[in-house]
Design a binder for this molecule. Structure first.
Ligand SMILES: Nc1ncnc2c1ncn2[C@@H]1O[C@H](COP(=O)(O)OP(=O)(O)OP(=O)(O)O)[C@@H](O)[C@H]1O
Ligand SMILES: [Mg+2]
Length: 134
């Protein structure tokens, strides 16, 4: 896929971007959300899930549960995973093969991410964010 860049001036702009991006996703597809603490990985995942599963969907952060499932959408946060052997136990491979799979802190899974993974790199840009999609 071509590299694309988006400058998002605030959280509202980020939500609008994620809303449009969500409509382009069809399972099975994996989206790797890269970015430091607080860059907005969860905000993007939450907006994608609400767009595809309804605005009233409650989307808690998977920081402690590691994964949350929404009828064919799987939202992972791998921050607390220490060893790649844990990835199978939490169902990552199954999700990648079947679901719209959204992954925060994806680095530890890099060897099992499919070639066509959509990588989203989020960095600070003034008060907003810059996204690079690859
Ligand atoms: N594009 C943005 N512009 C300004 N503020 C933002 C933007 N995206 C997120 N934020 C702010 O940053 C806060 C943290 O975002 P979020 O929890 O999504 O980060 P995260 O990348 O998932 O962090 P973590 O690594 O802890 O999981 C949000 O509550 C929001 O207020
Ligand atoms: Mg998060």
């Amino acid at each position: 896929m071509d590299k694309k860049e988006f400058v998002l001036k605030d959280l509202d702009a980020t939500h609008k971007w994620a809303h449009e991006f969500a409509k382009t996703l069809h399972a099975p597809v994996t989206v790797a959300l890269h970015g430091d603490l607080g860059m907005g990985k969860s905000e993007i995942a939450r907006e994608i899930i609400k767009t595809l599963r309804g605005e009233n969907t409650v989307v808690p952060s998977p920081t402690f549960t590691l994964v949350q499932n929404y009828d064919g959408i799987s939202h992972f946060d791998l921050y607390r995973i220490c060893d790649v052997s844990e990835l199978e136990e939490i169902g990552l491979k199954y999700a990648i093969d079947n679901d719209i799979t959204l992954i925060e802190w994806p680095d530890i899974a890099k060897d099992i991410l499919p070639k066509n993974t959509i990588h989203v790199y989020i960095t600070q840009n003034g008060l907003g964010r810059k996204l690079v999609i690859q």
